[in-house]
Unconditional design. Structure first.
Length: 209
């Protein structure tokens, strides 16, 4: 990576000082930010993010990592002795049977469907980044195996949609305890960033012990 690519990937041009100042208007969010103020939402490549979250369903980190590594080795371009993440074109040319070596189980058919839809233009990254959030979410959920959580993860981490708010068991538990009526309105444009602070705070601070 060159300097410009590093700046882009780590979203170093995003004014987190201002965003945190806005979110700190709420005392709970202020405590969550203080607990892990360095959290950032990276600019991850859209297609890689989509496939990675499809793979993550009902899975653990070790298995997810292994599946992604095997997928890259199977059909990713080799560059500087590193297997890059496959393109939609490369992955859409394969069958479920071709993906057997990556040992992704039922997720293989979802990966194929996602790659075909991206390759033929049915899933447009430009649309997802610019459409109303509900329309973007609805489009992603036309992909086999993509539900609301995966859709919102893809929008947040792969499309820079900071208003997207992925929900899992921990977030639902935290929101029920901390924000039963939802986030304050001022936080909604940065709901996804707030979610990251809340998630880490809820998982590791011991507030639910």
């Amino acid at each position: 990576m060159n300097e410009a690519e590093i700046q882009h990937y780590f979203a170093l041009d995003v004014d987190y000082k201002r965003i945190k100042q806005i979110l700190r208007s709420d005392s709970v969010l202020s405590s969550a930010i203080d607990y892990a103020s360095g959290i950032r939402v990276l600019r991850q490549p859209f297609f890689e993010t989509l496939c990675s979250f499809i793979i993550s369903q009902n899975n653990n980190i070790t298995r997810i990592t292994g599946i992604i590594e095997r997928l890259c080795e199977l059909c990713g371009e080799l560059k500087d002795e590193i297997c890059l993440f496959p393109t939609p074109q490369a992955l859409s040319a394969l069958t479920v049977e071709d993906l057997a070596p990556i040992r992704s189980g039922f997720r293989a058919k979802y990966l194929i469907d996602a790659s075909v839809r991206c390759q033929n233009g049915l899933i447009s990254e430009v649309f997802l980044k610019n459409a109303p959030l509900e329309d973007a979410r609805r489009l992603l959920m036309t992909i086999k195996g993509v539900g609301p959580k995966v859709a919102d993860c893809v929008l947040l981490f792969g499309c820079e949609r900071y208003e997207a708010f992925p929900r899992d068991v921990w977030i639902n538990r935290a929101m029920a305890a901390l924000y039963p009526n939802g986030l304050p309105d001022f936080a909604l444009p940065y709901a996804g960033i707030a979610q990251q602070y809340i998630f880490h705070y809820a998982r590791t601070s011991g507030i639910f012990k």
